[in-house]
Each structure stands twice: as structure tokens, then as C-alpha cells.
Design a protein around this ligand. Structure first.
Ligand code: C5P
Length: 291
């Protein structure tokens, strides 16, 4: 095999609970992670020496500052192979948006190099390499629906939920994840999200009731600081969405809608043309529909 193209889906957090600050500076969290159809595509090709990264988005770094580049380094180093791969990222997921765009590209590089070079590395090894790259990377290896805990790197796969149709809105305001967590600490807030209850709903395949307390502990903090964001949430609700929540540390919002048609109507009538607005839907583990 000389070349492979791997899909790299974005994630949303159906729930994000902060349990507390740890001694290593990270936060103990409980997350319900969900992959969605919005995805980057990563093309990997063997070359005769070195790692060369190119991307369709000129604003992205192409060296070690790009997590996808580091992913190629760590996996080839792990198996003592010389680095010899071209990586091209076709970027569709908004950057610094709370959608794990960088993490999913890195995970796709791990999965892709494992296949391209016939490494047959066990899942546990890939998970460990992924955890060294970032808290969201282990989830992105398989995606689907999962419970993530620890600093977010420990994964318990959950049954795939029934397809939810979504609208994704990103106003292009980059939000720093460390900043959002620090603001949360300063606020002295205590989380009252009951992730266990939500887990039970998914594990027992019960219908999701959006009144149940699905939520994101970082949302209030971010909405308070960035005054233009509450309007997005209100607008999505006014346009008929069932449920709207910020993903990760923002500034992306996802809206659960009735069906794809309602999603398209919201997208087509979205008043603020500078926003990134797309329809999407939830995808299953290993995202077979995206390959
Ligand atoms: O693991 P990752 O490099 O993606 O995390 C980026 C930053 O987000 C961390 O340096 C930390 O400031 C914050 N973070 C956190 N608690 C987590 C995950 C991330 O405080 N569980």
C-alpha cells in the first residue's frame, strides 16, 4: 500500500462536567463525546524520507506545532521506522472551535499510518500514543459515542445512539481551552450535572429527553465573557431547535433539530453570513459512512 485517505470527524460534547482541578494542572472531567459527520480528510503517502505536511488551510502550522505532524513522529518512532510520509490535511472543521479538529487529525494519522505501514499495533498502544498527544485524541481513534473521564483521555465506548440531526454554528471566535478552565476555577462554581443519569439513558438505549440536564460546565463562563455568543444560542432556539449547547470550550454551538430538512432551513436562513453554519448528524463508532 502506497497511499491511504482517512476521515477525521469532529466531536461534540453531549455533556461536559468538571469535577475539580488536579495536582497536574488538568481538570478531572466526565464527558459524553459524540462524533459527527463534519470531517477533515487526511491523505497519507509513503515518501523516501522525512515528514512533509501540507494543508488546504494556509493558517495552520505545518511543522511540529501541528498535532498531526507529531502523531506521525511518535508512531514511527515507537516502531523504530524512519519517518517517511507525506500528510495532506483537507480541512473542513473550524479551527480552535471546541470540535477537537486538531485532535481528530492526529488520531487519523495514527490510524492511517498503522494501516499504511502494516504495523498492526494493538488498540492499547494506539490509545497510549494518543493520550500523550492530547486529552481528546484517544476518543478520536474510534469516535462514535463514548464516556470519557480522567482528564478526558480514558475512554469507555458506549452503544451508538440513534442518529441525531444537527446544525453546527461557529462564529469564528477562537477560545483558548486553558483560559476557559481557569475562568471556571476562578468562578468557584460547582457542577450539578448528573452524567451518570445520562449514561444510563444511552446504555439502556432510552429516548434522550433534553430536559434531563444535559449540559456543559464551561458554557456559562464563556457566554458571560463573549457577549455575542448568547445570541447564537437564542437564535437557534427561536428557529426551532430542540436543544442547543456549546461544544467543548467553544465557540461552536450545536443544535439538535427535528430532521435534516429543518436543519437545512436554519442553515439557509441564518442571518449572520460571516458565521460558519453547516448541517451535520451523529455518526457511529469507526464512522463507516465517512470512509
Ligand atoms: O490535553 P490537551 O493538551 O488537549 O489540553 C489542553 C489544555 O486544556 C491543558 O493544558 C489544560 O489547560 C486544559 N485542560 C484541562 N483539563 C482537561 C483537559 C484540558 O485543564 N481535562
Amino acid at each position: 500500500m502506497k497511499e491511504i485517505t482517512v476521515p477525521a470527524p469532529a466531536k461534540i460534547n453531549l455533556a461536559l462536567k468538571i469535577k475539580g482541578l488536579r495536582s497536574d494542572g488538568y481538570h478531572e472531567v466526565e464527558l459524553i463525546m459524540q462524533s459527527i459527520s463534519l470531517h477533515d480528510r487526511i491523505r497519507l503517502r509513503k515518501n523516501d524520507g522525512g515528514i512533509r505536511l501540507t494543508t488546504s488551510d494556509p493558517s495552520l502550522p505545518v511543522g511540529k506545532k501541528n498535532l498531526a505532524y507529531r502523531a506521525a513522529e511518535v508512531i514511527l518512532d515507537y516502531v523504530n521506522l524512519p519517518a517517511a510520509v507525506d500528510i495532506h490535511i483537507e480541512k473542513r472543521i473550524p479551527v480552535a472551535a471546541g470540535l477537537a479538529g486538531g485532535s481528530t487529525d492526529a488520531a487519523a494519522v495514527l490510524v492511517g499510518i498503522n494501516k499504511l505501514f502494516g504495523l498492526s499495533l494493538a488498540d492499547e498502544v494506539l490509545l497510549e500514543l494518543a493520550a500523550g498527544l492530547g486529552s481528546d485524541v484517544p476518543f478520536c481513534l474510534h469516535g462514535g459515542t463514548a464516556f470519557a473521564y480522567g482528564r478526558g483521555e480514558k475512554i469507555r465506548q458506549l452503544p451508538d445512539i440513534e442518529r441525531l440531526d444537527l446544525v453546527i454554528v461557529n462564529p469564528g471566535i477562537p477560545i483558548s481551552t486553558p483560559w476557559a478552565y481557569t475562568q471556571y476555577d476562578r468562578s468557584g462554581k460547582k457542577s450539578n450535572l448528573s452524567v451518570n443519569k445520562l449514561l444510563q439513558i444511552i446504555e439502556e438505549d432510552k429516548e434522550i429527553d433534553w430536559q434531563e440536564g444535559w449540559g456543559n460546565d464551561l458554557e456559562g463562563i464563556v457566554l458571560k465573557e463573549y457577549k455575542e455568543l448568547p445570541l447564537i444560542k437564542e437564535r437557534l432556539k427561536a428557529m426551532g431547535a430542540q436543544f442547543v449547547l456549546m461544544s467543548g470550550s467553544g465557540s461552536t454551538f450545536f443544535a439538535v433539530v427535528e430532521d435534516q430538512k429543518q436543519g437545512e432551513e436554519i442553515r439557509d436562513n441564518w442571518p449572520d453570513k460571516k458565521d460558519f453554519v453547516t448541517i451535520a448528524w451523529t455518526v457511529k463508532k469507526d464512522f463507516p459512512e465517512l470512509w
